[in-house]
Design a protein around this ligand. Structure first.
Ligand SMILES: NC(=O)c1ccc[n+]([C@@H]2O[C@H](COP(=O)([O-])OP(=O)(O)OC[C@H]3O[C@@H](n4cnc5c(N)ncnc54)[C@H](O)[C@@H]3O)[C@@H](O)[C@H]2O)c1
Length: 285
């Protein structure tokens, strides 16, 4: 066997600049989890191309990144719309030959429709925002990643795609579809130098899911709610996205990581502060 048949791990270089010089597209990169990802990636040297429907939050993210000495641009587009996505991609390719990182972060559980009240229109809305947006933006950037010699795709779906979700089975199914898409695309793209992974958030404070104002008076229950005993922050998600986008995870592909403070692992077990033990019975909370 010759050496070239056993390539060594990619050198990491500066651990504080894990994405130096890489072009990173972040959908929904203005605020919430996407906003934290844009900001952290820029801090690590990425040239961040934000695609967001909201010009205000996208502009704020660009301003924050530039104020910190980073590079970013905003493209205003609705990721549910193929033509708008293609226009955003065209604007990105006007400046960069290749994209090395793609984070498909757009998604929403709203409007929440219980299945018995749902309709073909509400099913399609869940499909468009949670699955079409991911597939379509992947299609826009994949060829450029391959042509550029490789890259990393990170799909932000939900822990609800990885466990049973009673709220809306269509939302859960679309998130599961995004997780499965990540795994399956990873297998077919590995030899093209493309890695694909997903993250499944839970309990993370964002404009979409405002846990703080909806748990007033119940703050003491966080200890029982999440095994790590606290609310999640967008930065908690962004750090895992950075790991998956960077060469730190060069040998990781096709996986979906719950970034949930342990809720998926808990699987029905809750810590009871009063009894100082875990319980699977609500009485102990
Ligand atoms: N926050 C959580 O606890 C949580 C839990 C599970 C899953 N998620 C998932 O994480 C991802 C991010 O969630 P978040 O809570 O940060 O959301 P958020 O609504 O707070 O932020 C979403 C961002 O995407 C942009 N956006 C929304 N619709 C868009 C569209 N059609 N086209 C382009 N941009 C659009 C918004 O302007 C915003 O910048 C979503 O896929 C969501 O389903 C979040």
């Amino acid at each position: 066997m010759t050496d070239h048949q056993y390539p060594q791990p990619i050198p990491i270089g500066d651990w504080n600049r894990l994405l130096e010089g890489r072009v990173a597209v972040v959908t929904g990169g203005g605020t919430g989890i996407g906003g934290a990802i844009s900001r952290l990636f820029a801090q690590h040297g990425a040239i961040v191309e934000i695609i967001d429907i909201d010009a205000t939050v996208a502009g704020e993210a660009v301003a924050d990144i530039e104020a910190a000495g980073g590079k970013a641009r905003a493209h205003i587009a609705d990721c549910r719309d193929w033509e708008q996505l293609q226009n955003a991609a065209e604007a990105i390719f006007a400046d960069h030959a290749y994209v090395q990182v793609l984070v498909n972060n757009v998604g929403d559980f709203r409007p929440l429709e219980r299945f018995r009240k749902s309709s073909p229109e509400s099913w399609k809305a869940m499909y468009d925002i949670n699955f079409f947006s991911t597939v379509a933006s992947t299609k826009c950037f994949l060829e450029s990643m391959i042509a550029g010699g490789g890259g990393s795709i990170v799909n932000v779906h939900s822990v609800e795609g990885m466990r049973g979700y009673p709220g809306d089975p269509i939302y859960g199914a679309m998130k599961a579809a995004s997780a499965k898409f990540s795994t399956d695309l990873a297998l077919s793209m590995g030899r093209n130098g493309i890695r694909v992974n997903g993250i499944g958030p839970d309990l993370t404070q964002t404009p979409q899911v405002d846990y703080i104002s909806t748990s007033v008076g119940y703050e003491h229950l966080w200890e029982a709610w999440a095994p790590v005993g606290r609310l999640g922050w967008p930065e908690d998600q962004a750090r895992v996205a950075l790991f998956l986008a960077s060469d730190l995870s060069a040998y990781v592909t096709g996986h979906n990581i719950p970034v949930d403070g342990g809720t998926k692992a808990g699987a029905g077990w809750f810590f009871s502060p009063t009894e100082e033990r875990f319980t699977n019975r609500p009485k102990g909370l």
